[in-house]
Design a binder for this molecule. Structure first.
Ligand SMILES: Cc1cc2nc3c(=O)[nH]c(=O)nc-3n(C[C@H](O)[C@H](O)[C@H](O)COP(=O)(O)OP(=O)(O)OC[C@H]3O[C@@H](n4cnc5c(N)ncnc54)[C@H](O)[C@@H]3O)c2cc1C
Length: 432
């Protein structure tokens, strides 16, 4: 029998964990040829992007280069952007590659597969709101987070020491009171303190105005109300201006207009309200649910093609009671786990297992100020509300679990040590 070819497109929270496990188990033993395709050459765990955006995390210290990682973990890596699938020939189509000056490096390519996994994640949904695409920053990728960080540093420079301005002088408005918006708003206050302590700017927290704008009646509408209310209280204490039930109708270079005819002026605007699948997902010839997510059975197979699977944010997977698996890192992680088993079963011609999402709880980090969340425990058979240091510990451990899945236990321990050393050796904020 020929060696089966498994192509995973998207090396994010779900795709990289899957490719690493498949590579170690099947690729290294020549039981399957594993190829990971990603449009970027490095991976960074997406829930950290608000830290990259504020400079609290230096991307260059934390990212994983796919090429080297693949060589160590038994999979091949191809730099490329998925543009289509030829299901008859069983090939994925990749866009041509260009250098920074626009010169073509590689023409359009095709890559054959026996099993294809789509793990392309999601992008922010601007709901077609005029001006948003042109004027707002997004946190969908490391390059977008980096673009925001540079703009933020420039804005702080422009305001100098803030003297002579009416307070507050610098204003940042974030649309979306979900995890991304909430965590970014808190992180901005932490970054402001650090910029001042390093002498980069004279602007203190009281001179920074952060607007957090949410269309729903409360923050974190997808999470239990108790977490939303606790986070609301904390953010208010920190001085963040929270606008609930506020719908944005237009964005421009200086802020937002709202449906109730308010004006929110801002030096920088960020859009983090809701997610949808990228447009390419709607053009693959596969059935999609609302927001461009690929319709899959609970086996994670596309409803149209048993050799194509989808996991993570780009999959619309039923979980009973007319509900869908939510677009979250823990769902991507669990799906990668189930699909690892299902791909091995498919190769061995054995029945596939159904995916059952287990909500293990939710944790929200409010920079160094606090963390709030809940854990699902079998002891209490429900939510256990936690905050403070304990919540922070569990929050950090989620990332360590991801690192363990892609680097192994020993290397993750080494990374913990290196991170601690860096805290002593390097500034706590990326300043360049
Ligand atoms: C700031 C922020 C904070 C978050 N916090 C949390 C949190 O606290 N808890 C939580 O559970 N979730 C959180 N999330 C959501 C979480 O990050 C996602 O649910 C998770 O990353 C989804 O994993 P994924 O594998 O589906 O996609 P991703 O991790 O987004 O990976 C997708 C990959 O596909 C690649 N790709 C995309 N398009 C193409 C293409 N056409 N061709 C080739 N490659 C492509 C991308 O480069 C990327 O590497 C947060 C998200 C953000 C932005």
């Amino acid at each position: 029998m020929e060696t089966p070819r498994i192509v995973v497109v998207g090396g994010g929270a779900g795709g990289l964990e899957l490719a690493s496990r498949l590579g170690k188990r099947l690729g290294r033993r020549d039981k399957a040829q594993i190829t990971l395709v990603d449009r970027d050459s490095t991976h960074i765990w997406k829930p950290l992007l608000h830290e990259v955006a504020t400079g609290v995390l230096d991307q260059s210290l934390d990212e994983t280069a796919y090429q080297g990682h693949g060589a160590q973990h038994g999979y091949d890596y191809q730099l490329g952007t998925l543009t289509g699938i030829d299901r008859t020939a069983r090939e994925v189509e990749l866009a041509s590659l260009h250098d920074d000056d626009g010169n073509e490096l590689l023409s359009e390519r095709r890559l054959g597969y026996d099993y294809l996994v789509l793990a392309l994640g999601s992008i922010s949904n601007d709901f077609g709101t005029p001006g948003v695409a042109d004027h707002c920053y997004f946190l969908d990728s490391a390059s977008q987070a980096e673009a925001f960080r540079r703009a933020m540093l420039n804005t702080f420079l422009r305001y100098g020491d803030g003297e002579g301005s009416e307070r507050p002088c610098l204003s940042i408005a974030i649309v979306g009171g979900g995890a991304t918006g909430v965590e970014l708003s808190a992180e901005l206050l932490g970054a402001t303190e650090m910029l001042k302590s390093y002498g980069y700017s004279g602007i203190g927290r009281d001179q920074l105005q952060v607007h957090l704008i949410e269309a729903a009646p409360r923050l974190l509408p997808a999470l239990p109300a108790r977490i939303g209310h606790a986070v609301h209280r904390q953010l208010e204490k920190m001085g963040i201006q929270i606008h609930l039930e506020t719908k944005i109708t237009q964005a421009d270079a200086h802020g937002f207009n709202t449906a109730d005819e308010q004006r929110i002026d801002a030096d920088l605007t960020v859009w983090a309200a809701g997610v949808r699948g990228a447009d390419v997902l709607a053009n693959l010839g596969l059935s999609t649910a609302a927001n461009n997510r690929i319709d899959v059975h609970q086996t994670l197979q596309s409803v149209d093609d048993e050799r194509i699977f989808a996991i993570g944010d780009c999959a619309a997977c039923p979980q009973g009671n007319d509900r869908m698996v939510p677009p979250r890192a823990q769902a991507a992680h669990q799906m990668a786990d189930t699909l690892y088993g299902n791909l091995r079963a498919a190769i061995a011609d054995k029945p596939l297992k159904l995916f059952h999402y287990r909500d293990l709880g939710s944790l929200i980090s409010l920079s160094h100020f606090d963390a709030v969340g809940n854990l699902m425990t079998s002891a209490t058979k429900g939510h256990l509300f936690i905050e403070g240091r304990l919540a922070k510990l569990f929050y950090v451990s989620l990332y360590r679990m991801h690192q363990r899945a892609i680097h192994g236990t020993f290397n993750t321990l080494l990374k913990v040590v290196v991170d601690r050393l860096n805290r002593v050796l390097r500034p706590n904020l990326k300043l360049h």
